[in-house]
Design a protein around this ligand. Structure first.
Ligand SMILES: [Zn+2]
Ligand SMILES: [Zn+2]
Length: 401
């Protein structure tokens, strides 16, 4: 099958909206122009608009005209851009220096708007659709958590929730699904090693935090190789070591920083506990002390089985089995849609953005068309495909027994 004809007809309008958003990228919790634009469109199509949920977040509510169905579905798009320069030269390139829609959230917003427009004109279903436009997905800002804390699910109950992200390098318009743990948890740590500073020529009078820190980096490797069940996937990376200012001074303090990624909370709990023991114990061997500060940014994204099967079946029914991968590999990136899935059944899926063939050599930057790359651009061919998917998902959801 092809995209819904009316949505295809609306493509030029959706592409114009997408490019407008692309040209005006806004960072986490600053998406005022973007949310104004979204709110205006939703109101124009007759949806009930609720703003200021999670600061710049908003929800468009659409009630079906067939009976008084009590069931409800949530569809989510993210709206924020990245603090990075854009190298593209096309007309819709970023007008805000140092900010770019390098992750395609402009496209996600436009695809969801396309679905809202079509369903508002064709409300032949029984129940409620909550169109969730979320701020601040990037950089650990957790816009999803901010919306939940503002009462998202109390005010706009959702029996199920779905989200969709474009996937560069995957064929244009193909869909990818995965049940269970799909994206990693993202976590940061600081280990502060305290010793006694001193003269570099008299190490016996000091507790040398440099030597302890170097040893610590080695010991941390055993979190993965010796302390974790080998069949569980996890990453511990030390990314910063800070200590010392002079050639002849032993610093009294060293700080080690890094990131931990896991696909389950249980493995994360184990790694944090083991890391704490190492951080506090190893410096004592040498007469110093150590402290661990551990910050959990995003939990692992775990897709629910039945909603994932349901969404994959909808994609197969609409676009054909050859357009659907039901077992896409796990992804080491993190995504705050995981907060929703901790509370409500649902699934987070991917739509192929292609290999960059939609770009024009004269107007796009060189290099790969990958997420968070200054040459990236969302593929407008996806707009009617993604909008059609959302519409068919809603219709199938309410038609479901
Ligand atoms: Zn991103
Ligand atoms: Zn993204």
């Amino acid at each position: 099958m092809r995209p819904i004809a009316e949505i295809e007809d609306a493509q030029a309008g959706l592409a114009a909206i997408r490019r407008d958003i692309h040209a005006h990228p806004e960072l986490a919790f600053q998406e005022t122009r973007t949310s104004d634009l979204v709110a205006k469109q939703l109101a124009q199509w007759g949806l009930e608009v609720h703003r200021g949920i999670g600061k710049t977040g908003l929800v468009g509510v659409l009630r079906g005209k067939m009976g008084k169905g009590k069931r409800s579905i949530g569809l989510r798009a993210d709206m924020d851009a990245l603090p990075m320069p854009e190298h593209n030269k096309f007309a819709h390139a970023s007008k805000n220096p140092g900010r770019m829609h390098g992750c395609g959230h402009d496209g996600h917003t436009a695809m969801l708007l396309g679905a809202a427009q079509h369903l508002a004109a064709n409300p032949d279903f029984e129940g409620t659709v909550n169109f969730i436009f979320q701020p601040a997905e990037e950089g650990g800002n957790a816009g999803a958590r901010a919306m939940i804390q503002d009462g998202l699910f109390e005010r706009f109950p959702c029996d199920e929730i779905y989200g969709m992200h474009n996937m560069p390098g995957f064929p244009t318009g193909m869909f990818a699904f995965r049940k269970g743990p799909t994206m990693a948890s993202s976590n940061r740590f600081d280990i502060i090693v305290r010793g006694t500073g001193g003269h570099a020529a008299q190490p016996h009078k000091a507790v040398d935090t440099i030597v302890i820190a170097a040893e610590m980096v080695g010991v941390l490797q055993t979190l993965i190789s010796r302390h974790k069940n080998p069949i569980d996937v996890a990453v511990v990376s030390v990314t910063q070591i800070h200590a010392g200012d002079a050639y002849n001074v032993l610093p009294g303090e060293a700080v080690i920083r890094g990131t931990v990624r896991t696909f389950s909370t249980q493995v994360l709990d184990e790694i944090e506990a083991n890391m704490r023991r190492m951080a506090e114990t190893l410096p004592r061997v040498h007469g110093g002390t150590g402290e661990l500060q551990f910050y959990r940014a995003y939990p692992p994204l775990v897709n629910w089985d039945a909603p994932t099967d349901f969404a994959a079946q909808v994609a197969e029914d609409v676009f054909g089995a050859d357009k659907v991968d039901r077992n896409t590999p796990q992804h080491g990136g993190a995504e705050d849609f995981s907060f929703y899935l901790e509370q409500v059944p649902g699934s987070y899926l991917f739509i192929g953005n292609g290999g960059g063939e939609h770009r024009e050599a004269a107007y796009h930057g060189m290099g790969p068309c990958e997420l968070h790359n200054p040459n990236y651009d969302f593929n407008d061919e996806l707009l009617p495909v993604g909008s059609t998917f959302w519409v068919r998902l809603v219709q199938a959801f309410f038609a479901r027994a």
